[in-house]
Design a protein around this ligand. Structure first.
Ligand code: AMP
Length: 491
């Protein structure tokens, strides 16, 4: 097997069908994408051999699919890098993953050159030379062979490379088509979220079904452009981070076209607050599905289907849904014992999407995959109906006066206040209590903290309410839009 087979199939079924669009413009048919990918594979085979790595660092661009599939045709693995990383962080990943080719945007090429790192600029003459020869036949691969070396976002420490195999990505594809979406007929995957992360991996189920890949000309998420593309293309699906769903809704005004053909938004990667989801459902209708996953088990631990969102209770909307087809899940206490329904513990999972381990990091692999289970580092509860609710990353839990306080719960309450735009809750060391709850907030109007205190007292137990408030213009976030709590701890 080689996940390149998805492209072979799409190109065989409809060679002249639209494979890749840049905005509203046709970029490649399936046969062109197949041909270009095989040509790239021929050049990569000169630089290295099956099992080697190819690094890509760029905002979303129309060349992403040919680079991904070309790498797989050569039997090599893609190392996708978030384009917002600092060049020094990219250089660290280059040193760790030792790629045979580094393909990057013009801006990143310039940055890397300034620190003495060689790279090929995507779209340049040097890049086009890689496609000069006739194509090579795709190299056969086994299910345990490396396909995607996925560096974690490093919110909790140094970034590590999760090794995802052809078998992992094939299982992710099957599970997506079984649990989340089953596109039929003309449909499009609109890549507004970074293709170096979830959006790029989601290409696979849609290539498997012959759905076109639409790359916004801006290379990222611009709500007005997104809405226009959802009018131009049919049967649109997109993966969006929760903050993008919010921005899409807030951008709706008389000038923005309503995204008529937007059939499915898969959101995940960070918490979606219940009030925000209700507002999104009211604005766009029941077009949402949620996934909970990690780089270590891409996009696949639990899911909340489109149907689950209809007439859902706060408990269901506030959950991350039910266990996915290819996954087994358990919640365990400190000594590994299974927790009963409703009791918090660490979320462990195992199954066909779980990574082979961390690249060149046996200690981290041993700790994270202990006893054959992926230790997610997330704390959650399973209810009697099988819905999983995430409480927090284990290291984010605040222990105050001996009681566990889950920041997410306090954040939900704060966000329900009409003047709170953003909220992140952390623990701060305190002599008397061990830790106290501190809320970092962004406010739409200058209201006294006593108002927020009164609001919290009305909704949650007294001991959970923040003892201190810090007001920000904006909360610090990493390149994926996740709030950097470690930076808030330094405030
Ligand atoms: P990453 O490996 O960068 O994709 O980060 C994975 C982490 O993001 C998970 O361990 C969760 O803590 C968080 N996460 C992923 N999906 C969700 C979701 N649907 N809701 C809340 N948090 C999520």
């Amino acid at each position: 097997m080689n996940i390149y087979d998805y492209l072979v199939r799409a190109a065989g079924v409809d060679p002249q069908g639209v494979a890749v669009c840049l905005g509203d413009q046709l970029h490649q048919t399936w046969s062109t994408l197949d041909d270009r990918s095989r040509r790239l594979a021929r050049s990569l085979a000169v630089k290295g051999q099956a099992g080697d790595r190819v690094l890509i660092a760029s905002p979303n661009c129309a060349e992403f699919p040919e680079i991904m599939f070309g790498t797989w045709a050569a039997g090599m693995a893609v190392v996708p890098i978030n384009a917002k990383l600092h060049v020094r962080e990219i250089a660290e990943i280059i040193a760790d993953s030792e790629p045979v080719a580094v393909l990057v945007s013009a801006k990143i090429a310039e940055g890397l050159q300034s620190i003495g790192e060689a790279a090929i600029e995507i779209g340049s003459e040097e890049y086009e030379v890689l496609f000069a020869d006739t194509g090579a036949s795709p190299v056969a691969r086994g299910k345990d062979d490396l396909a995607w070396l996925f560096y974690t976002s490093g919110t909790t420490g140094r970034s590590k490379g999760a090794m995802l195999t052809h078998g992992n990505l094939a299982a992710m594809t099957d599970a997506h088509l079984a649990d989340i979406d089953s596109p039929e007929g003309a449909s499009a995957l609109l890549h507004a979220a970074p293709m170096s992360h979830g959006s790029g991996l989601y290409m696979l189920p849609y290539v498997a079904r012959g759905s076109r890949q639409v790359i916004p000309a801006s290379g990222g998420f611009d709500p007005a452009e997104f809405c226009e593309l959802c009018v131009m293309h049919e049967g649109v699906r997109a993966f969006l981070a929760p903050t993008m769903v919010q921005r899409l809704r807030l951008a709706q005004d008389d000038q923005t076209p309503f995204p008529t053909n937007l059939e499915l938004v898969v959101y995940g990667g960070g918490p979606m607050h219940v009030s925000d989801m209700r507002a999104a459902l009211a604005a766009f209708g029941p077009i949402f599905a949620q996934i909970y996953g990690q780089g270590e088990t891409p996009m696949t631990i639990t899911g909340l289907t489109r149907e689950d969102h209809i007439d859902a209770s706060d408990t269901v909307l506030g959950s991350v849904g039910k266990v996915r087809s290819v996954i087994e899940l358990k919640i365990v206490g400190d000594s590994g014992e299974r927790m009963p329904a409703g009791t918090p513990g660490e979320i462990l999972c195992r199954g066909a999407t779980v990574m082979a381990g961390y690249w060149h990091n046996p200690d981290a692999t041993k700790a994270t995959l202990a006893d054959g289970w992926l230790h997610t580092g997330d704390i959650g509860t399973l209810d009697e109906n099988g819905f999983l609710t995430l409480l927090d990353r284990s290291k984010d839990v605040v222990i105050s006066g001996g009681s566990n306080i889950y920041p997410r719960e306090v954040e939900e309450v704060l966000l329900a206040h009409p003047d709170v735009v953003e909220a992140a809750v952390i623990g701060s060391p305190d002599e008397e209590w061990g830790e106290i709850v501190v809320a970092h907030v962004v406010l739409s109007t200058d209201i006294p903290h006593t108002d927020l205190d009164g609001h919290c007292l009305a909704h949650i137990a007294r001991f959970k309410r923040p003892k201190r408030y810090v007001v920000h213009e904006e909360l610090p976030k990493n390149a994926n839009g996740k709030v950097l709590k470690r930076e808030l701890r330094e405030v």
